[in-house]
Write a protein that binds this ligand. Sequence first.
Ligand SMILES: [Zn+2]
Length: 387
Amino acid sequence: MRPSLSSTRVIGAANVAVILLAVLALMVLPGEDPPAPAAKTGQASLRQPPRAATPTSTATPPATAPVSPSAQPSEPGPGTGQPPAVVATPEFAKQVKANEAGLVPVIMYHRIIKKRYASIDRTPDQLRRELEKLAKQGYVPITAAEFAAGRIAVPAGKFPVVLTFDDGHSSHFGLDAAGQPKKDTAVAIINDVARRYPSFRPVATFWVNHYPFGLQKEAEQAAAVQWLHRQGFEVANHTWSHPNLRALSTKKAREQIVRLERMLKRLGVPPSTTLALPFGNLPHKKKAAAKGEWGGTPYKFDGVFLAGAEPSLSPFAKGYDPGAIQRIQSNGKKGECRKWCSQYWLEWLEKHPGWRYVSDGDPERISIPRKLQGNINPKRRAQVNAY
Ligand SMILES: [Zn+2]
C-alpha cells in the first residue's frame, strides 16, 4: 500500500532512463557484443568463443579449479535449503550458460487479499500463480539479505529471484491455533508452492514497520518474527512509521530507522542488513539511508531498496548501487503496468535469457562469458571465472 502515483511515475521515468543507459553501457563495452536475441527454442545463443581473449586475461580461472568439465560436489551450503556447493570450472560454467553479472528480478508485493482495493494489491491466487510460474521457469528464491551480501547460493543453471513484502501486513504472515502459517497468507502460499516444486526454496523478505503483521502485543510480535527467522525468512527494516524520508531532516530519518532496529532487537531477531525505503524515496542525504546512528544506536545496511521499476543489476556487476537497488512491482500488464511490472519483466527475461543472471552453482566464483567479463565490478576480479 501507500506509494503515491506521482512519485511512482517520476521513479518510473527515471528508471527508464537508467536502464537505457545501462543497456547502452553494456553495448559500447569494447569488443563486447550485446547478447544475441533468443533463438526460437528460448535458448541464448550468445556464447560464442571470444576472438580476442588471451591467457593473460585478468580473468584467469582460479588455480584451484579442477579441469574436469563436471562440477564437483563439496560440502553442503549453509542455511535453510541451500544446495550443496559445487566448484565451477570454466567448462562447467559454459555448459550451464552461467552469467553472474546478469539481471535479477526483486519482486515487490504489498497486501495479499481476496478483494483488491488498490492496484498494487494481489490476490492469494495471483501470488500463487506467479510463484508457480517462477518455479517452472527455473527461478530459486533468495532473501534480500543474501542478494545484497552477494551470497547467491542457487543451483547451477538456475536463476535467483528475491521475493519482498512491504509494510508487514497481516496478509503476509500469522500463525493459526496449531502454530502453522494461516491459510492464504504469503508465507503459507510460498511454503505450499515449495512443497510442490522442490527446487523452489521457501524464503522471502518481510520489510516491516512498527506493529509487524498487524500484531499489537509484543509477545505476539516476537513469536511471529522469531518463527520467520527460524524458518529462513528475513524480517528487516521499513522504518518505524513509514514516512516519506525525503521530507524529513537527516536526524529524523535516522530516528525512523533506529526505532525500528531497536524494536527488532527487543523482539529477538538479528539487526537488519537491508532497508526498503517507504515510497521508494531516499532521504536528502542519500548515504543516511545505508549507514548512520541515532541516540547512540548505529545501523548499517548491505542494501537499500527502491520501489520500482526494473530488474536489479547483479550485485557483482559494475554499476550496481547497493544504496539504491531496483525492484519490480508484482502486477499484470494493464495501465501503468503495461511495462515495468512483474508480468512484463518476467516475459522480457524469458525472451532475453542472455540478460538474465544464471548461476554457476558455486557461491565462491563469479562465472561469466569471457566477452562479458568487463561487466564485473573490478573489486570482484579475483573471483571471476570466465569462459
Ligand atoms: Zn511501504
